[in-house]
Design a binder for this molecule. Sequence first.
Ligand SMILES: Cc1cc2nc3c(=O)[nH]c(=O)nc-3n(C[C@H](O)[C@H](O)[C@H](O)COP(=O)(O)OP(=O)(O)OC[C@H]3O[C@@H](n4cnc5c(N)ncnc54)[C@H](O)[C@@H]3O)c2cc1C
Length: 429
Amino acid sequence: MPQQRCASYYTASLTEDSAYPRLEGDHRVDVAIIGGGFTGVATAVELAERGYRVAIIEAEKIGWGASGRNGGQVTGSLSGQEAMTKQMRNIVGGQAEEFVWNMRWKGHQIIKQRVEKYAINCDLKHGHLQAAYKPSHIKELRQDFDQSQQRAIGEHLHWLGADKVRQVVGTELYHGAIRNDYNMHLHPLNLCLGEARAAAGLGALIFENSPIIDIEHGDTPTVAGTHGRVTANSVILAGNAYHRLERKRLSGMLFPAALGIVTTEPLEHDTAMAINPDDLAVYDTRFILDYYRMTADKRLLFGGGANYSGRNSDDIGNEIRPRLEHTFPQLKGVKLDFQWQGMAGIVINRIPQLGKISDNVYYAQGYSGHGIATSHIVGEIMANAVSGSLEKFDTFSKIKHIRIPLNDRLGNVLLASGMWYYSLLEKLR
Ligand SMILES: Cc1cc2nc3c(=O)[nH]c(=O)nc-3n(C[C@H](O)[C@H](O)[C@H](O)COP(=O)(O)OP(=O)(O)OC[C@H]3O[C@@H](n4cnc5c(N)ncnc54)[C@H](O)[C@@H]3O)c2cc1C
């Protein structure tokens, strides 16, 4: 049975739901994309805009996975940024810093252009705060700020000391922050659905409630569902943490981690103004961090923590409430109207994984919780790759990844131990 959308604030505030047909019969396209999250949909828009005939085949509904459940924060920090820069030095030499820096902001441009071009109503707003959780976090944050001042984006960033932070967020918790007015926040499910509508308008075929159960490799690979098949010149596997295809090639590379989010009831105007007067998206500097922002109807949307066992937590509302109330004691006992969880794809070195399973079957996955902007950058890279311009794809596919030679369940146990170790190290920082 196809699953319905999860009972989230996003589902409750959809501007338009999708109703694409199930995959039935045989279809022939240029590019078949498995998975209708941001990776699949963003790639499809790129390709459809260039005149390619594309099919997106989604097991559930467009945006059903992490893309329709996340915190909605479009950040300029890539996951695995440091490790990526280090490896890039061996691949692109002296241009590594520039390569990574430009990538950090590219996704913002793509999303903004798309929202404007296709009139996507997704509550897009500018303004972020990256807040130092401990005095010892200030040094690193300040370094990041100072570096940004040498670059074009620097004019959008401002350093706030502890007193100034208190003027823009109603908590005593933080010791300093970078305010970034280039970063954005938005309603991710409405963005994903709007982009899918754009792709369909450009001729893309979209199928929902159609899990792909097999990929037949060959000169023209075929993806097979239970009631239909799509044959293509190229296939892109964009199922991220939710798929179990091609285990021989992909097992031990990416691990699902359950992340949870709650939203409060709509807050009184004065309360909302006291906790977040400038409508900023806020995240802190910890390894396993808290992040929050206001929704369009003035709820506090708050996410934090992670369950690295690969399974959902039993009562995510009760797990997140103490973190929320620790940040905003004035909201103690506030009613939580929605609580939900989603699976992020975690990679050991946190660097996104782009690669090939065979000559014309590609995969793109693993943004380790920083996927909104990254998936749009990746969408462009994948579209370039299947249309013959492989430069950036090749750069990424040369990155070395750690593969855990255990089954997925034991791999998750190892990942959970690793994360516990990192958070312990952080407590000592
Ligand atoms: C709770 C949470 C909060 C987050 N917050 C943020 C944030 O604030 N900012 C940020 O940048 N990132 C955030 N992320 C990460 C971000 O959401 C993801 O990195 C991004 O959405 C991944 O997109 P995707 O398309 O690769 O994967 P998904 O959105 O998970 O999409 C994969 C899709 O593939 C489909 N699929 C799987 N297997 C098959 C199959 N066999 N056949 C057909 N379809 C299949 C699934 O049904 C799913 O719809 C968060 C993630 C979570 C879970």
